[in-house]
Write a protein that binds this ligand. Sequence first.
Ligand code: 6PG
Length: 246
Amino acid sequence: MLPPEIKIVPDISAFNRTTADEFISCARSAIEAHGRFTVALSGGSTPRGIYSLVADDQENPEKKLPWEKIFVFFGDERHVPPTDAESNYRMAKESLLSKVPIPEQNVFRVAAELDANIAAKQYEEQLIRFFQLAPNQWPRFDLIMLGMGPDGHTASLFPESPALRETQRKVVANWVEKFNSYRITFTFPVINHAAEVMFAVLGSDKAEVLREVLKNPNKSLYPSQRVEPENGKLLWVTDKITARLI
Ligand code: 6PG
């Protein structure tokens, strides 16, 4: 495993610029290397500015992407319909997917309006079909984008939740006690088989956990510490306020 690359930028504008450029650069490299770009988007609130900038960048010929060669998945989803304000799909659609010419069939939404276990099973089957996986094979995304919560969770892999122990399944319904609800999430093996994982983390309330995740040799403290791509790049992008304790 390569050591993580950590980019600490001055402010939110530089954060969105840096992460959007990484998205575009990763897409270009993947398309050049093997004709397509497979990406799993992160949810929550931080990525909205990133996705909006990627969309705005499409006006610039130097940053324009061939969206017919781009395939978008979601690293996790809340257990809500796609129209719900909490939906990660809705956030991505509003900020990016509705603004770029990506074919509908290139966007793989989690059917989170269904029973959570059914939604997870269906999504897992979609991954297997899309990546043409043999039974014990893992998908290798060109890029998996992740955020991190103040409790050190990433995707929907929350502290002390059952999914932290999952080593066989690719997607699971994970019961999150503090929300009293299910989330549908990639498991660690899927994340750790990616060619690149980019954590995009903002929030002064995350400063202490970020220091622990990046600096504490005890790797069993927080779920985000278990993101260690086996044969891929790990990039952290954050801003000075969030990284003030590093
Ligand atoms: C989600 C995300 C989650 C998110 C973190 C950070 O579904 O909420 O996938 O892992 O990245 O909770 O969220 P913020 O960007 O809102 O701080």
